[in-house]
Write a protein that binds this ligand. Structure first.
Ligand code: HEM
Length: 228
């Protein structure tokens, strides 16, 4: 029996898959072999563009998680935060591909990048803004419930508030792990002097690796160790 593969969805693309996923547009977003000044531009663009997509998802999940915290739906907030965390794990793995980009090849493609830096990443900005909103909403929940942050550790995993706090700690940790990995990439490929060398961009990266969105949750862990 012959199957009818003609698309039923509207829009550009030869198949419904191409139309729904917009693969023509998506796969047209990388510079063509005729446009590139170095063939590794494709590797470089794919790592960055896929990172932006995962960060788009992460920010959307964080925003919804925040709305759930405001609504007092803590288990749902936790589930959404766990998804965002997995997205950050995936982009951390994505950095592995840059292992195969040599400093010489990176320098050769740099004129194509203009003054661009990942520090301008819209995905990262969005994720930072939504992380701060989540922290704010969580703080308000603690106030409403009259629970001091210090009481969240040791965690009682049967309590949705504690479970969410643990997921928030993991989120902070995963973002930091991305930053540590990215710092190593910048040293390895960018040829930057390591942190501590005056004027090195690595100074900022090393400092950011210690950044926490939810410092009070880390503080709570500190107290719990001191009490033991
Ligand atoms: C060849 C690979 C890479 C090199 C050499 C590199 C280098 C750097 C350097 C030197 C900085 C410090 C600020 C500056 O001087 O502009 C920086 C910041 C940053 N880069 Fe990269 N980077 C690379 C790949 C990536 C990738 C794949 C992403 C993902 C979007 C990214 C995202 C960022 C972000 C978000 C910052 C701001 C610092 C932070 O929030 O931790 N970079 N990068």
């Amino acid at each position: 029996m012959k199957h009818d593969h003609s698309p039923v969805l509207p829009g550009p693309g030869a198949t419904d898959y191409a139309r729904y996923m917009q693969t023509d547009a998506l796969l047209g977003l990388q510079r063509s072999p005729g446009e590139v000044i170095h063939r590794d531009e494709l590797l470089f663009q794919v790592v960055h563009q896929s990172t932006e997509l995962w960060l788009k998802l992460a920010a959307a999940e964080l925003a919804e998680a925040t709305a759930r915290v405001v609504a007092g739906q803590l288990p749902m907030a936790e589930a959404l935060l766990v998804r965002a965390t997995l997205a950050v794990r995936l982009i951390t793995d994505g950095l592995e591909m840059l292992r195969y980009l040599s400093p010489v090849d990176f320098r050769a493609m740099q004129p194509a990048l203009g003054k661009g830096s990942g520090a301008e990443s819209p995905g990262w900005r969005q994720v930072q803004a939504t992380s701060r909103q989540l922290g704010h909403a969580f703080g308000e929940q603690l106030d409403t419930r009259g629970v001091p942050a210090a009481d969240l550790c040791p965690a009682d995993l049967s309590d949705p508030l504690h479970r969410l706090a643990e997921a928030m700690v993991e989120w902070d940790e995963r973002v930091s792990l991305w930053r540590v990995r990215h710092y190593q990439v910048a040293l390895r490929i960018g040829g930057h002097p390591p942190a501590g060398s005056p004027g090195s961009p690595a100074n900022m990266l090393a400092k950011l690796a210690g950044h926490r969105f939810f410092p009070e949750l880390w503080q709570a862990r500190l107290h719990s160790t001191a009490d033991e």
